[in-house]
Design a protein around this ligand. Structure first.
Ligand code: NAP
Length: 661
């Protein structure tokens, strides 16, 4: 069966993009209007989109190549093109838009490989080592993307190779999509009653993406008409729902079905999976492989504060927001100042009678004046009228994010500014961000004294600042407490100085237990070894995906694959899915039944990833962050770029693996 046949069987159109639009709207606007649009446009993107649409590389004059100036806090407009480059690029782009209008061009054919290289070379400053990874993300023809180049019915035995996919969040959906394309028989279970994972669960006031929307989508579902520059949580949840519907995956999800335990059956060379469905009855089913799409930020961390159980008001974790609770006119406490609190506090500050924010450590904030902005008229116009502008823009966000802000949070040997900074660049960033905080809180020395973090920028997640956080803290009705929570009474939280804060509602914005992968799910592998015993509190997986002794068991969002200052998470998760499929294909083609990674390969990977993390702000021994586990080892973060991960996961290295039986 050809790739196209396999795809169409999986309900996927020819181009591997669920949001594919084969034509754009015609350009009919006046020159003046086109000039206005060009003035607002991100120029490198517009130039390559025009070059592709008009099949004319004269748009890509080498002197117009963006220098890709590294971003310190936010993407540098036009990749750092200087004024003169921008002026000339606008002239060229305007001529291009006129030509679109004159020629009535509304669609493009496939891009030949050499043309693609030229376009990628222009955008990337000639970094050829990026091209393959970027090709994974630029899906403009049926040959592009990461569709499996094989189908189960081409390989003897594949039709009996059954797979359990656990979870229907970002990772689980990616897995279902690719497994459907490969035609492998799979069962997909989801504990909740909707898809979307974290985006379905987190509905607290103010929830939205804190990374640019266009970098946060699947390569195979390149939505173009996003309303916001930083999407609202609801928009991401709806996108995931739509992906599942467009791909025809929904009817294959067994909702309200949880994985209870897994046991490797040595004789059957398969996993015995115990699940509990909506009827509450346990069922054991056999699968050749298991793909876990369970997330990291899923298990609420609710500290065990003395007396909390006597509190008579409402208490809820940020992820379990009760929308029947009306915060208006109430006295509300928010414990924590991480990414969730940072969105909740400004969203409710104006409505509540009083707000008490318990801050253990202050957050670093990156300037983002556009944080709450819609995408803008000119941008929407470009998406509608320039063929595949949205795909090129998405690629640009991913491309400029490859190195991202990593250089600002990377350690410099012999730097003596610890524990406040880890390098000269990091120190400069600290001074700049602290200066902004000083400006914002100048009128309140009491707040200023506690608002500048005492750890290096980047050691914890940096948040996006458009002024609303400072405004909420400055409100007359807000109190920031830094002495900690000592205990609860039935009506109050008593702080570390013995002051009682009477409240009606307590919001635990106290984060998650991200290091405890597959918590509460016993996974018994070869020789009766249990996964959590093997990990002993220190989760490790080869490429973040596989664990020795647990054959045909794949983690999509496993240890050490998250990115915080660089890279696309969707790319990492898609790659893990692709690696799992390549592993299965290897098994089937060898006429074997299972693949198990070798211990030495895992250890080598862990040394590699640890060495990278030790050089980053979050890997310093004096820093405490959820990126680390209780032993102080960073388990959440991938310290390198998407390119290194691409290279590592490109093939299944035979020497790193054992094939069973
Ligand atoms: P978090 O970053 O772990 O923050 C938890 C907060 O609670 C921190 O301020 C922490 O203080 C505080 N805390 C924890 N235990 C405490 C205790 N016993 N007493 C007092 N304070 C305590 O959790 P989160 O805010 O839910 O965010 C988790 C992650 O989810 C983020 O880093 C991000 O990756 C993701 N997220 C993303 C978005 C988005 O994209 N828009 C939004 C929300 C969350 P310390 O800092 O001192 O530990």
């Amino acid at each position: 069966m050809s790739r196209e046949d396999a795809a169409s069987r999986a309900g996927v159109q020819e181009v591997d993009d669920l949001f594919w639009q084969s034509s754009s709207e015609p350009v009919v606007e006046s020159d003046e209007e086109l000039e206005r649009i060009v003035r607002d446009a991100e120029l490198p993107v517009l130039l390559v989109a025009l070059a592709a649409a008009l099949d004319d590389t004269s748009f890509l004059d080498p002197s117009l190549r963006p220098p890709l100036t590294p971003m310190d806090t936010a993407p540098v407009p036009h990749g750092g093109m200087d004024e003169e480059q921008q002026r000339r690029a606008r002239e060229v782009a305007l001529a291009g838009l006129r030509r679109l209008r004159e020629t009535g061009t509304t669609r493009i054919g496939g891009l030949p490989a050499d043309r693609r290289r030229e376009l990628l070379g222009f955008l990337s400053g000639g970094r050829e080592e990026w091209f393959d990874m970027l090709g994974h993300e630029l899906v403009l023809t049926p040959e592009d993307g990461a569709r499996p180049g094989w189908s189960a019915d081409e390989i003897p035995g594949a039709e009996d190779f059954t797979v359990l996919i656990v979870g229907a969040g970002v990772g689980g959906i990616a897995a279902a999509y690719r497994y459907a394309q490969a035609g492998l028989p799979y069962t997909h279970i989801e504990q909740g009653s909707v898809v979307g994972g974290t985006w379905a669960k987190n509905t607290y006031p103010g929830v939205r993406l804190d990374t640019p929307t266009f970098g946060y989508s699947y390569s195979f579902a390149q939505r173009g008409d996003w309303p916001h520059q930083f999407a609202e949580g609801r928009e991401i949840a709806e996108y995931l729902e739509e992906v599942v519907d467009r791909a025809g995956l929904r009817e294959r999800v067994e909702f309200r079905t949880s994985l209870v335990r897994l046991r490797w059956d040595e004789d059957a060379c398969a996993w015995a999976a115990t699940t509990v469905g909506p009827d509450g009855v346990e069922q054991e089913r056999m699968f050749s492989a298991v793909v876990s799409g369970l997330g990291l930020l899923d298990r609420p961390n609710i500290p065990d504060f003395p007396g909390a159980d006597t509190f008579i008001g409402v208490a809820m974790h940020s992820q379990e927001w009760d929308h029947d609770v009306d915060v208006r006119g109430k006295r509300v406490a928010v414990i924590g100042t991480g990414a969730s609190a940072y969105q909740i506090v400004p969203a409710i500050a104006d409505d509540v009678a009083s707000l008490t924010v318990f801050q253990r450590s202050a957050p670093w904030m990156l300037p983002a004046p556009n944080y709450h902005h819609e995408v803008g008229d000119s941008f929407s116009w470009l998406v509608r009228k320039v063929p595949h502008f949205a795909q090129w823009f998405r690629l640009w966000v991913i491309l400029t994010g490859i190195e991202g802000r990593a250089h600002t949070v990377t350690m410099e040997d012999d730097w003596d500014g610890a524990p406040l900074s880890i390098s000269r660049k990091n120190h400069e960033l600290r001074e700049y961000l602290a200066g902004r905080i000083r400006d914002q809180l100048a009128s309140r020395p009491d707040l200023l004294e506690i608002a500048i973090p005492e750890y290096p920028p980047g050691a914890k997640r940096m948040l996006r600042d458009n002024g609303v956080w400072a405004r909420a803290l400055l409100a007359d009705t807000t109190t920031v407490v830094t002495s900690g929570v000592d205990h609860f009474t039935p009506t109050a939280i008593v702080d570390g100085e013995g002051i009682a804060h009477e409240v009606d509602i307590v919001v635990y914005a106290t984060g998650f237990r991200p290091s405890e992968f597959l918590e509460g799910i016993p996974v018994v592998g070869r020789g009766g070894v249990e996964l959590h015993d093997f990990w002993a509190g220190n989760a490790r997986a080869y490429n973040g995906i596989t664990v020795p002794g647990f054959p045909n068991f794949f983690l999509v969002y496993g240890p050490n694959v998250g990115g915080v200052v660089a890279g696309s998470l969707h790319f990492m998760l898609e790659r893990a899915v692709e690696f799992s499929l390549t592993s299965i294909r290897e098994v089937l083609e060898r006429g074997k039944r299972a693949i198990d990674v070798r211990r030495e390969a895992l250890d080598r990977f862990v040394d590699y990833v640890d060495a990278g993390n030790r050089r980053m702000a979050w890997g310093q021994p004096y820093v405490r962050t959820w990126y680390q586990n209780a032993q102080g080892r960073v388990t959440a973060i991938w310290p390198y770029t998407n390119i290194e991960y691409w290279n590592l996961t490109e093939q299944v290295v035979p020497d790193d693996h054992e094939f069973l039986p």
